[in-house]
Design a protein around this ligand. Structure first.
Ligand code: ADP
Ligand code: MG
Length: 824
């Protein structure tokens, strides 16, 4: 099949092409034939077509023609055509002459032919053949033109859609500056619809004033120059376009028209402005910093340093760009700085290092180098590195000095610590020694006071005994005579004397008892008042005693026994200072030691105190005696009379009680000693006084009490008392017997035992018995000498202590309370 087949693709299907009917008619006229037609594969036939001509015959006839005209004088006689239906049947054609329509690429468009029902043995004349050929050329020309036109039209359509799609303003102006072409962007930029701008003069599009401003540029472009410039929008609304006028020359080489190309650069311009602004700010900040500031590209290429850097390094500007900076580092730090910098570049991690940097004068200074990456917020990619170098030389040197000093200091501290430990050990030893001495002092001082008292007390005691013995004598005589008259009265007298004697010994023993400070809330007024009788007895008749107690006196916290002791010693000192007699005044008062007072005394705290002031009208003390009066063993008294311990003990007591003592004295005028004890804000804890008159509690369940006492009289007395109270009583005269009884089975609810037993003392007896009877309840009877055996009275639960002498009712109450603890 040749390309001339009816299904050939010489023309795009459906393209009607140019109207070739005229040419066909002319051919028919030139050749004098009945029919003439132009046949193009795929296109309708044009011309005068024989009726009933089949497409197959058309195709067959079309194939006959070539570049030169082909003439078939009688179709019935040519074997190529004799069988065609148009030849054998109607329209019974006999003559054919055709010629190809030459195309550009050598392939013909089709054929132009003439047909006739009459055979023409002589064919075509020369003129007819030339005419046919000329018409064929004309038809080909028409076809070529039509095709070129179609192609041009397609190109134009392409161009239009491209210009519409382009993000640009595109237009063409003719020589008269009338818009010949414009894309939508161009029209819209100037506020028109696309169809409104074509045909409009430029000055009508952009406005008079704007046009006037653009005229010189237009003139240059029409003169043949391509003109580029950035132009604001005519509305001055902030929009900007990058514009280009491109002259377009016609075939004659003269500028025929002008192409207008514009790009909206508003966003770019804003971005550029923002960038320029931020760069400006960065520089301003970087320059204002006291540090050296630098910046690099993402690959680490240094392309910016602030002025500080150049000032510090003394390097010419730009000379440290790239990797030039490395040479300024101290050689010792270069490898490490490089290593870290490369690491940061690779990982994006913060760069930080201390290194020495060479200053312009060649001196290396310590610098802290830091850098951080700035990333694109959208992609996270590093855009730049910003770094600083901070001169930390002073800090580094200070740090080094500090480290050295610290070492020295540590060594010194170690030395000092050792020395201190030694001193401390010495001090501890001294304190212990001092405590021992003080304890000895306290004891001997008490003994001194006791000695002072003995005389008077012995006298008193004899009187009391006389009262007792006398009463008993009288009772005995009455009983012997069988008379009972007055017995009760004598018993009462004896009892009263005995009670007074007991009170006296009790006070004496309590006073002399070995006791460490046992601080309690103390009502000083009450304490002083209770000493009244003792003091009068001690002072003798020549000294007048005056006690002035303050109303509303605060409580103080101290050991009342020691305080009593102190007051007694002050009284004795006063008495000694007034051999011819005089007046001793004891006053109490609330006192406030203020800061100014305290500042002149060592170890005294400002605050509220209770003051006990003891004044005499005696000989007084010269300053040198006052200065030493508190020294232990300092005495001005003859051998055997003074121990020099009284005031020293008072001083110790005051210090131990957080108090203070001070002497005011003048020779010949008298002495005042002021003892300050700290105010106590608690309440007084009274020892419950034995309640006389109430019925003595009695045993109810046959409770058994073991009494261990070596003194037969006392043992009998206790035994009888307990039996009277209803207890079952077992008695033992010594420790071993008591222990045997305790280790034997049998009910024992309570042991009452003397501590001072011969052989096995009460304390040890109980310790051993506890194995057999854990939780045993014990009431120890102690004389003052044995108190120490109990470590100041710390007793196990279930154990109590009663001090001789004791009242029977108090004793009974204690026994009852121990057997039935609920009553305690
Ligand atoms: P002693 O009374 O054993 O001498 P003290 O320590 O009690 O020891 O007193 C020391 C000394 O202080 C006394 O020897 C005496 O010289 C002096 N002294 C103490 N109190 C008075 C006082 N009230 N009047 C005068 N001198 C006193
Ligand atoms: Mg004294």
């Amino acid at each position: 099949m040749s390309s001339h087949d009816a299904s050939g693709q010489m023309e795009p299907a459906g393209d009607p092409g140019p109207d070739l009917t005229d040419i066909a008619s002319l051919a028919r006229a030139v050749c004098g034939s009945a029919f003439a037609l132009v046949h193009r594969p795929g296109a309708p036939l044009s011309g005068l077509v024989p009726p009933g001509l089949s497409p197959r015959d058309v195709a067959a006839l079309g194939h006959l023609a070539g570049a030169a005209a082909l003439v078939v004088p009688d179709l019935t006689r040519d074997r190529r055509t004799a069988d065609l239906s148009a030849v054998t049947g109607p329209p019974a054609l006999r003559f054919y002459a055709g010629i190809a329509l030459p195309g550009l690429d050598g392939r013909p468009f089709g054929t132009l032919c003439v047909l006739d029902p009459e055979a023409r043995p002589e064919g075509l004349t020369v003129r007819e053949a030339e005419g046919l050929a000329a018409l064929a050329r004309q038809a080909a020309r028409d076809l070529r033109l039509a095709r070129a036109l179609a192609e041009a039209r397609a190109d134009r359509d392409d161009l239009r859609s491209i210009t519409e799609a382009a993000p640009a303003l595109i237009a063409a102006l003719d020589r008269d500056e009338v818009c010949r072409f414009a894309n939508g962007n161009f029209a819209r930029w100037f506020g028109f619809a696309p169809h409104e701008v074509v045909g409009r003069p430029l000055r009508a599009i952009v406005g008079e004033a704007f046009y006037a401003a653009r005229q010189p540029l237009l003139a240059r472009a029409f003169a043949g120059e391509t003109v580029s410039f950035e132009s604001p929008h005519p509305d001055a609304d902030g929009r900007h376009a990058l514009v280009r006028y491109v002259p377009h020359r016609g075939p004659d080489g003269a500028v025929a028209d002008l192409h207008f190309l514009g790009v909206d650069v508003t966003a770019d311009k804003e971005a550029r402005a923002a960038l320029a602004d931020s760069a400006l700010k960065f520089r301003a900040i970087a320059e204002s910093l006291p540090q050296m500031v630098w910046s690099t590209l993402p690959d680490g290429y240094h392309d910016y340093y602030n002025t500080r850097w150049y000032e510090f390094t003394g390097m010419p500007e730009g000379s440290t760009d790239g990797e030039g900076w490395n040479a300024i580092f101290h050689p010792d730090e270069q490898p490490e700085a490089w290593r870290r910098w490369r690491h940061s570049l690779a990982t994006g991690e913060l760069y930080e290092i201390e290194y020495r940097l060479r200053r312009h004068d060649g001196v290396y200074r310590w610098v802290l180098g830091r850098a951080m990456p700035i990333r694109d917020p959208a992609t996270g990619a590093i855009e730049r590195w910003f770094g600083t170098c901070t001169d930390i030389d002073d800090q580094v040197r200070a740090r080094e000095t500090l480290a050295q000093r610290r070492e020295a200091l540590e060594a010194e501290v170690a030395d000092r610590t050792a020395a201190l430990a030694e001193a401390n050990a010495r001090l501890t030893a001294e304190i212990e020694e001092r405590a021992r001495i003080e304890e000895a002092l306290r004891q001997s001082q008490k003994m001194e006071a006791v000695g002072q008292l003995t005389g008077g007390i012995a006298h008193d005691f004899n009187n009391l005994l006389t009262g007792i013995v006398g009463s008993l004598d009288l009772m005995q005589a009455r009983i012997n005579e069988g008379r009972t008259q007055n017995l009760t009265r004598y018993a009462g007298l004896a009892m009263a004397s005995a009670q007074r004697a007991a009170a006296l010994t009790h006070r004496l023993l309590a006073f002399a008892r070995r006791q460490p400070l046992e601080a309690r809330a103390v009502d000083v007024n009450r304490l002083v008042s209770s000493m009244d009788e003792l003091l009068r007895r001690t002072l003798g008749e020549r000294v007048q005693l005056e006690v002035v107690v303050a109303g509303g006196l605060w409580l103080t916290l101290c050991d009342p026994n020691q305080l009593e002791n102190a007051i007694l010693n002050l009284a004795i000192n006063a008495r000694d200072a007034m051999p011819e007699g005089g007046r001793l005044t004891i006053e109490t008062a609330n006192a406030h030691l203020d800061d100014s007072y305290v500042s002149s005394e060592i170890g005294v705290r400002a605050g509220q105190y209770v003051c006990i002031c003891v004044s005499d009208t005696g000989s007084g003390m010269p300053p040198e005696v006052i200065a030493r009066a508190f020294d232990p063993f300092f005495t001005t008294k003859p051998m055997g009379e003074g121990t020099g311990l009284g005031l020293s003990m008072i001083y110790g007591f005051a210090k131990q009680s957080d108090g203070h003592v001070r002497i005011y004295s003048e020779v010949g005028a008298g002495t005042t000693v002021k003892l300050y004890l700290p105010r106590h804000r608690g309440r007084i804890a009274d020892e419950p006084a034995p309640q006389t008159g109430l019925p003595v509690p009695r045993a109810e369940h046959g409770e058994t009490v073991l009494v261990v006492e070596d003194d037969a009289t006392v043992r009998a007395l206790i035994g009888e008392t307990l039996t009277e109270l209803g207890y079952r009583v077992i008695e033992a005269p010594d420790g071993p017997t008591g222990l045997r009884l305790l280790e034997a089975p049998g009910r024992i609810d309570l042991v009452v035992t003397d501590v001072g037993l011969p052989g096995l003392n009460g304390r040890r007896m109980i310790d051993e018995a506890l194995a057999a009877r854990p939780g045993l309840r014990v009431l120890f009877i102690t004389g003052y000498a044995e108190n120490a055996a109990f470590g100041n009275g710390h007793l196990s639960p279930g154990m109590r202590m009663i001090t001789k002498p004791f009242a029977i009712d108090a004793f009974a109450a204690k026994v009852r309370a121990m057997i039935e603890p609920g009553l305690d």
